[in-house]
Design a protein around this ligand. Structure first.
Ligand SMILES: Cc1ncc(COP(=O)(O)O)c(C=O)c1O
Length: 929
């Protein structure tokens, strides 16, 4: 690695590498120890330096712990090179394999491989797996007393304990913050009174790390009731942690504090009841571990059920006894069929009307995601989105929506009869993709609606966060400024890809639920109130859409008038350990009671009456996993993405032909006001990254990696197919000249190594081809690259709905009645087809009548509808279609041509609609306004 790269590594990766960097440090120590062993005459300075560097990070982990580290230090001092190498080897492999979680010998530093039968699940059924975790004890007690305190707590372990824990002691507030950031094994924190603030660790790297992270999450710690403040700060970093307070002061008073209710699981009067503390720790973990639906399903599967309902695969008899389909049973295993049922009784609940364990499982998911309510959905976020839209929108309501959003939202508009008002994302033309919708465009649309007296009908704003390509909104700011214009606007954040972000303290503030929590606090804050009062002096309480300052100012919402109404949908299956189609709807809506009935109707409309039980169970289990190990898993996924970015962009050969786009290429400078360039840009550190995530209009999700392959002469589809066919690599989506890779909680460093190796091989192949092929091949390659990278079609914006579909064709806002156009196309006689290459198209573009799309036309890639029903097709759209070289275009059959609504039908519709009394009334109301 170059020096520049290694400095970046030390700086930028400090947070996400917490786990991986730790492994690296131990591996480096092992290398040095082995070298020392090989040449015992050499001095141990290098080894001591490595050990010293590593030592300061190790205080935050239970294993190897102070005793083993002391032992190691003594061996180094006594120049026991062989002993040091062996010892480091044991620790190293215990950390890598996590064997210390179950293997007592690791804690003695012994080289003793566990018996196979003790390890592999199922081989020795007598060994029950007891999940391991660590408890952080934040105490003012002398460091010398810590081992004894640990021993006292260890004595409380009992055979019936379902989990096992070890303790980590720290003696300051800062160290507690560091430990919670660094140690993914921590699940519980026990905080005593009177802990000093400052860390005793003075290593510059730790200091910098702490400064960046404290600024982000724990800046509020002052003094006063410090243990409560610490609890609150830790909850902001990792909301899932169970926190217990030990106090020798007025425990009753502490217990009565509202912060205690929010952040603390239980308050104890010092350690007067250590067993109670132990049991409470176990109980709290059990609460997260419990998966009510999955647990019940397992029990159900073990019962000798006779089934007389309509699901022959239940119990698997028709499969395992079959002459012909037994292999299906063997492939999936018996449990799948034992756990199949169409019953909603007998311990199984009903997804459509949950009152039992599904309800409890949903409530636990709500807790985990920071929502008030959660709905489990077994037909993907495609269905979740339609449910939310049907529940919240009535015909004639206006729905502001990113035109580049998933197709389910467009269909949601058709089904609900709401009028979509499309807001446009900024284009990234060179890569044939869109970014995200600038807040200015959204505000402008709302202000235009206000100017036209239609703001009351604007009910919902739908945005994709993060976008397919990784653009993350400043969710807090979008909601705050929109609420300033319309205090009861409802938000639907489609976080299909971003569910995992809840478990990253850096991303959380940019999720729907994270931002809603911030706004909830903000709106109660007196300083915010005062700032809002200032704003009213300048801009008035009722914002005037004609005042240009309103659009240009950073608006605050009226805390007395806002109704915080936030919905999120996420494809749990896309980013967590959930079976395909598992999805959730999260609700944080203070007025939910007003729409609850509609919500249930929407569930009844869209949910299957035969939901898949395994999907429901996996939603439950995915929640368990994220609440217990999501923090570490997500950090690792982010870390791996940074590794890919760094390796690809700095590799001598790969970077000649490929590159992963950084934030600077995906997000124009104007939306990065903090000055942030990219995570791997020299000079950027975590303080800059944290600042960017707080302030900038858009940020980039590093786990979504746009790999440019046009520069290697491949179009996206070609490259995707090649990776799948020749290298067993599957990836996400493609564009004309790029492919989208992503890392998730399932990836390992081996996956990354495989990918990098493949890219090296492909690059070598190109090199060879170019060297051997001579000038001709080189010219052909250059021409291909140019065509892919430069000859890119402009991305067409949404034009407008045909006038018969608009209440007032002269309106400045572009919402239209897409639903009528959609159903208009159901009658063949109302439609016509025109071939894309036909000169008639060009004639009609010039002379009319307008070409009006009868349906959605969605090319993959890029995957957004370039035509929606009722949209007037303009020259740009035709040019784009003609240049498009993809094969999969939903809604378009090349043999038939474009499906259009006939001008005669639209003419008749126009007469009907503009004569409609309701619309006349609305128009009259508007002109009166
Ligand atoms: C932004 C967005 N929303 C919703 C969906 C639909 O999710 P699902 O596949 O879970 O139905 C997708 C699918 O790719 C998507 O990209």
């Amino acid at each position: 690695m170059s020096t520049a790269a290694s400095t970046q590594r030390a700086r930028v990766d400090q947070f996400f590498t917490a786990a991986e960097a730790r492994f690296d440090r131990w591996r480096r120590l092992l290398d040095v120890a082995r070298a020392w062993e090989a040449d015992k005459s050499s001095d141990s300075t290098l080894l001591s330096a490595f050990f010293f560097e590593l030592r300061q990070w190790e205080d935050f982990f239970a294993y190897p712990g102070p005793a083993l580290l002391r032992n190691l230090e003594e061996r180094i001092a006594s120049r026991d090179a062989a002993g040091v190498a062996r010892f480091v080897q044991v620790i190293n492999s215990a950390l890598l394999t996590h064997s210390y979680r179950t293997n007592a010998a690791d804690w003695e530093g012994e080289e003793q491989s566990p018996k196979l039968g003790d390890r592999l699940p199922g081989i020795n059924a007598a060994v029950v797996h007891r999940p391991y975790f660590e408890v952080l004890v934040v105490t003012p007690a002398r460091q010398s007393a810590w081992p004894e305190m640990a021993e006292e707590l260890r004595k409380l372990r009992r055979p019936p304990d379902k989990f096992i824990y070890e303790l980590v002691f720290v003696g300051s507030v800062e160290d507690a913050v560091l430990a919670s950031l660094l140690n993914g094994n921590l699940e519980t924190v026990v905080i005593s009174d009177g802990v000093p603030f400052a860390s005793s660790h003075n290593a510059p790297v730790l200091r910098e790390f702490l400064a960046a992270n404290l600024a982000a999450s724990a800046a509020s710690i002052t003094s006063g009731q410090q243990s409560l403040e610490l609890a609150s700060a830790l909850k902001q970093i990792r909301p899932e942690l169970d926190i217990f307070l030990l106090s020798s002061r007025d425990v009753e008073k502490i217990a009565a504090d509202p912060t205690t209710a929010e952040c603390v699981r239980r308050v104890f009067y010092q350690v007067e009841e250590p067993l109670e503390l132990h049991l409470s720790i176990m109980d709290a973990i059990a609460d997260r571990f419990e998966t009510p639906y999955f647990d019940n399903l397992q029990k159900y599967a073990q019962r000798p059920m006779g089934t007389f309902h309509a699901l022959p695969v239940a119990r698997g008899k028709s499969i395992f006894k079959s002459n012909w389909i037994r292999d299906m049973g063997e492939f999936y295993g018996m449990n799948l069929f034992l756990a199949e049922s169409s019953a909603t009784t007998g311990g199984l609940d009903s997804l459509l009307e949950p009152t039992g364990n599904i309800k409890v499982a949903q409530d636990k998911a709500a807790r985990a995601f920071g929502a008030d309510h959660v709905f489990f959905v077994t037909n993907g976020t495609s269905t979740s989105n339609k449910m939310v839209e049907q529940a919240l929108l009535a015909p004639g309501d206006i729905m502001l929506v990113d035109r580049n959003c998933h197709k389910s939202h467009h269909y949601g508009a058709v089904l609900s009869g709401a009028l979509p008002l499309y807001v446009e994302a900024y284009p990234l033309t060179q890569f044939s993709m869109y970014g995200a919708v600038p807040l200015r465009s959204i505000k402008k649309a709302l202000l235009d609606l206000k100017a036209e007296g239609k703001l009351d009908r604007a009910r919902l704003l739908v945005l994709t966060n993060c976008t397919f390509d990784g653009h993350i909104y400043n969710v807090e700011r979008v909601m705050e400024e929109c609420l300033a214009i319309k205090p009861d606007l409802i938000f639907l954040w489609d976080e299909a890809w971003f569910g995992f972000a809840r478990w990253s303290p850096f991303y959380r503030r940019r999720t729907a639920m994270g931002a809603a929590a911030i706004l909830e606090r903000k709106f109660k804050d007196s300083a915010y109130r005062a700032a809002y009062a200032e704003q009213t002096k300048k801009l008035g309480a009722d914002l005037d859409p004609a005042n240009p300052q309103v659009l240009e100012s950073r608006l605050l919402a009226d805390p007395d008038r806002v109704h915080l109404r936030v919905y999120q949908t996420n494809s749990t299956h896309k980013s967590m350990s959930c079976l395909r189609q598992g999805s959730m709807v999260l609700v944080k809506d203070q007025d939910y009671h007003t729409v609850e009935e509609q919500f249930h109707e929407a569930v009844f409309t869209h949910a299957s009456t035969s939901p898949n039980l395994q999907i429901i169970a996996s939603l439950d289990v995915a929640r368990r996993q994220m609440e217990l190990e999501g923090y570490e898993l997500v950090n690792r996924a982010i870390q791996l993405a940074l590794d890919v970015r760094r390796e690809v962009n700095s590799h001598r050969l790969i970077s000649k032909y490929f590159r992963v786009l950084g934030a600077d290429q995906m997000i124009p400078t104007e939306f990065r006001s903090s000055g942030f360039v990219d995570y791997l840009e020299p000079g950027m550190n975590w303080a800059a990254a944290v600042k960017s995530l707080r302030e900038d209009e858009f940020a980039l999700d590093v786990t979504r990696l746009t790999l440019v392959c046009g520069t290697a002469g491949f179009d996206g589809t070609q490259f995707k197919n090649m990776l799948a066919a020749e290298y067993d690599i599957q990836l996400n989506k493609t564009s004309r000249n790029s492919v989208l890779l992503q890392t998730n909680i399932n990836n390992t460093r081996s996956d990354i190594a495989h990918l990098i190796k493949v890219l090296v091989e492909i690059s070598q192949g190109i090199e060879k081809k170019l060297q051997r092929g001579g000038v001709e091949v080189q010219q052909a390659f250059a021409a291909r690259v140019k065509s892919l990278m430069e000859d890119v079609p402009d991305l067409p914006n949404f034009s407008y709905f045909q006038k018969s579909l608009r209440e007032d064709p002269s309106s400045a806002t572009s919402e239209g009645d897409m639903r009528s156009a959609f159903f208009g196309a159901y009658r063949e006689e109302q439609c016509e087809h025109l071939k894309l290459s036909s000169p008639e198209i060009d004639r009609r573009l010039k002379e009319g009548p307008e070409l009006v799309s009868a349906n959605f036309v969605i090319p993959y890639p890029p995957g957004f509808p370039i035509m929606v029903p009722g949209q007037v097709i303009n020259r740009e759209t035709i040019d784009f279609m003609r240049k498009l070289d993809v094969k999969e275009i939903h809604g378009y059959a090349a043999a038939l041509g474009l499906k259009l609504l006939k001008p005669s039908y639209l003419e008749a519709a126009s007469t009907r609609s503009h004569g409609a009394p309701e619309k006349q009334k609305r128009a009259a109301r508007r002109s009166a306004a």
